[in-house]
Design a protein around this ligand. Sequence first.
Ligand SMILES: C[S@@+](CC[C@H](N)C(=O)[O-])C[C@H]1O[C@@H](n2cnc3c(N)ncnc32)[C@H](O)[C@@H]1O
Length: 294
Amino acid sequence: MTSSEATTGQEATPPLPSSLEEVPGWFWPLDQRLFAWFLGRETPHNPPGDLLEMGCYLGKSTIVMGAFLRPGEKMTVCDLFGSDDGYTKKAAKAFYQKTLNRRAFEANYLAFHDTLPELVEARTDVLASMVAEDSCRFVHIDASHMYEDVRGDIVTAKKALREDGIVVLDDYRTDHTPGVAAATWEAVLCHGLRPVMLSSNKLYGTWGDPAPLREALLEELRTIPECRPEIQHLAGHSVVRAARGRITAPDVVVSRIPAPPERRKGRSLPRRIAVDLLPPVVTRMIRQARRSHG
Ligand SMILES: C[S@@+](CC[C@H](N)C(=O)[O-])C[C@H]1O[C@@H](n2cnc3c(N)ncnc32)[C@H](O)[C@@H]1O
């Protein structure tokens, strides 16, 4: 099923998020900063192109990606959203059926953005025949973490990305996801993927020229001392790596949902102003969504 329209229904969902921090997920401040950097660069090397995310859960990474959509660009997001069929692993299905549904994703996303991305409710396998070749500038792979699935997702990403596009592979080194590690390093060692950056949780790479990206990124990360960026040389590649440290999240998205009174006092002045200045029609829409989802 493909749609960019919000679904309606009676299922109960958690309260709407008044900040990105409140959206459940696995998307840490350093990666939020890296997404902002890779997606927000406006250089001759980064003309418009589409965005693709495989695996969105409740929208934490998608919300940040959506902040960098430029006019004329499209974002496609593929997830099973807790469906009965499709999960490779029983345990994954059980977990996502308990914690995820499409309406909750949509409500979270619409708390930060006006329109939903193109949603594909299916296994990521279907993307191979749906996404146009060379159409994307950024692909985030964070769906199934099983070797065969990730391998397929990398093939899809390679086809979808234009030459200088960026692919991000989640959990490439996490202890419980050896399949992602195997598929990731296979892509590097056998299928021409060039790693640019390694964070604790994600590998950022390209099938284009990594050198200009690497130099510019290193310069950027040197402005964040907690990162302690360095270059490591491995299997013929020079890769930036950085520590997760106590890095502050970038302020790239603002929720339209007012923080509950007990949290309002701690909110920064720019956030309070942004929320307070929202057009009433938007506030009404969110309140309505909240009522029908609450
Ligand atoms: C780790 S979560 C994604 C986290 C999200 N990117 C974030 O940063 O919060 C993995 C997601 O992939 C979805 N998923 C798992 N296997 C899938 C498959 N084969 N095809 C499509 N989606 C899948 C799950 O439903 C879940 O929402």
